[in-house]
Design a binder for this molecule. Structure first.
Ligand code: NAD
Length: 464
């Protein structure tokens, strides 16, 4: 059975200690999803008509509740998805900030007044919530992603059905309990499960926001199109960092090492290709050195940078990609093997000398593995960076403003960064990719309102 199939029970295991069962709960059947949608539909009129100020207060109260429960959520995140504790702390803090940000956005103007055909006519736009928002989320940001979707959905008056990834079931259920105290009953319902529950959610809701892998995102989007409902899908990446000869070698190596290997490379924005222009020797040595300095191990420890990957399959994907690289004549600069300890640990892996057809250069592995590629010029580097089906984020490291400006115009990703890691997201800025990485409108920041509301144009003329 593939991991996308589903049984009657959802189980999540701690990746550092797979004998630790973190959640074991019934999966939401199609009927259970339909029932939850029917109840959410009853909750919608009241929440959608609740004054914006009150909705804002509810989100503020939810933010306070998450703050009070931070320690518990951080522990659960470390235990259930193996995220190193410092990153878990940062993510919970970000979740609180997201709730407060959208509490404020609930009070923003909800339309414009436009010049009308005559002075006796009022022409304006007004936004309204769309109904039940179905949110389908991955396991790697188990607090931030559900919140960056649920907070705007709720702020603008929608009700929510959240289908979290099976691997992050416990944290989703606990998060919903914590923020649910500030909301009317059934404004937010979590439906644990896998593909069956996910499909049933898409069948039952009025709009769908998905984050996860490309194949699943495409299936979800196709179903949404079939139903004629608005959708957005944020999916995978194969992100490049380009290093120009004028870049500070040690500094760029440290930043790229952390973008490639932090949280064991399990971020959609992780660097998985480093393209070095000119002689790559010094930079490659510095990158290997920076990765070697990273502490690998128990994600509960403060100094851990690289914890486990999420499952045994994920670990095998990384070691499989390293073996394939070796068999194609690539050089394993470091890593390439699973660690000899319990839990799904794999050594951070750097590879160079790959032929252009190697899968590592074209497909997302989603683990701590990064290819180093040589290029002769910035033009060639940009061509290589752009030459993949994905288009989420690209970075360049240079002190030359002309190169930075040209790069920003020529690279075909949704996010473009100069002297900054590919990883890292500002929740108040629009977020999304190009090509296979993204479908539908951007999320986060002010862009969220467009997706979670529909716009009405009203013309009121004076009577004769
Ligand atoms: P996934 O695609 O396997 O699962 C995502 C969600 O979809 C889960 O909740 C899963 O249960 C559900 N699902 C699976 N099959 C379904 C179906 N047929 N219909 C409806 N729902 C279904 O992804 P994952 O392993 O949880 O997460 C890792 C992936 O997410 C990586 O590809 C990563 O790049 C991507 N990701 C992207 C972003 C972004 O914002 N671009 C952020 C984080 C992760």
């Amino acid at each position: 059975m593939s991991r996308h199939e589903q049984t009657d029970v959802v189980t999540s295991l701690s990746p550092q200690n797979p004998s630790d069962v973190v959640a074991r709960v019934p999966a939401a059947s199609s009927e259970a999803v339909q029932q939850a949608a029917a109840v959410a539909r009853q909750a919608f009129p009241e929440w959608s008509k609740t004054p914006a100020l009150q909705r804002a207060n509810s989100l503020e109260t939810a933010a306070d509740s998450v703050r009070r429960s931070s320690a518990e959520l951080i522990d659960l995140m470390v235990r259930e998805v193996g995220k190193p504790v410092l990153e878990s702390e940062a993510e919970v803090a970000r979740g609180i900030a997201i709730l407060r940000y959208f509490a404020q956005q609930a009070l923003d103007p909800s339309g414009d007044v436009l010049p009308a055909a005559s002075p006796e006519t009022l022409l304006y736009t007004r936004r309204s919530p769309r109904g039940i928002a179905g949110l389908i989320t991955p396991w790697n940001f188990p607090v931030a992603i559900p919140l960056w979707k649920a907070a705007p959905a709720l702020a603008f008056g929608n009700v929510v059905l959240l289908k979290p990834a099976p691997e992050a079931t416990a944290i989703a259920l606990r998060l919903a309990e914590i923020i649910g105290e500030a909301l009317p009953p059934r404004a937010l319902t979590v439906l644990p499960g896998g593909a069956i529950s996910g499909r049933a959610v898409v069948e039952a809701v009025d709009l769908v926001s998905f984050t996860g892998s490309v194949p699943v995102g495409r299936a979800v989007s196709a179903l949404a199109v079939d139903r004629g409902i608005p959708f957005q899908a944020e999916m995978g990446g194969l992100n490049a960092s380009i290093v120009l000869p004028d870049a500070d070698v040690e500094q760029s190596a440290a930043i790229i090492a952390s973008a490639a290997m932090g949280y064991a490379g399990q971020k959609c924005t992780a660097t998985s290709r480093t393209i070095v222009v000119g002689d790559a020797t010094r930079f490659t040595d510095a990158l290997v050195g920076a990765v070697e300095h990273m502490t690998i191990g128990d994600p509960a420890k403060d100094d851990t940078i690289v914890g486990p990957v999420i499952t045994e399959d994920a670990r095998d994907r990384v070691t499989g990609a390293a073996s394939e690289a070796r068999s194609l004549g690539g050089r394993i600069l470091r890593g390439g093997k699973a660690l000899d300890q319990s839990g799904w640990f794999v050594a951070p892996t750097l590879v160079d000398g790959l032929p252009p057809e190697a899968r590592l250069l074209h497909e997302e592995v989603f683990g701590p593995i990064c290819a180093v590629i040589s290029a002769e010029s910035i033009e060639e580097a940009v061509e290589v960076a752009n030459g993949v089906p994905y288009g989420l984020v690209t970075s360049i490291f240079t002190l030359d403003l002309n190169h930075a400006l040209r790069f920003a115009n020529e690279v075909d990703t949704g996010l473009i960064r100069v002297n900054a890691p590919t990883s890292g997201v500002d929740f108040y800025a629009p977020f999304g990719g190009e090509k296979a990485s993204s479908m539908g409108p951007r999320e986060q920041g002010k862009a969220a309102r467009d997706f979670y509301t529909s716009l009405h144009t009203v013309t009121i003329a004076a009577g004769a």
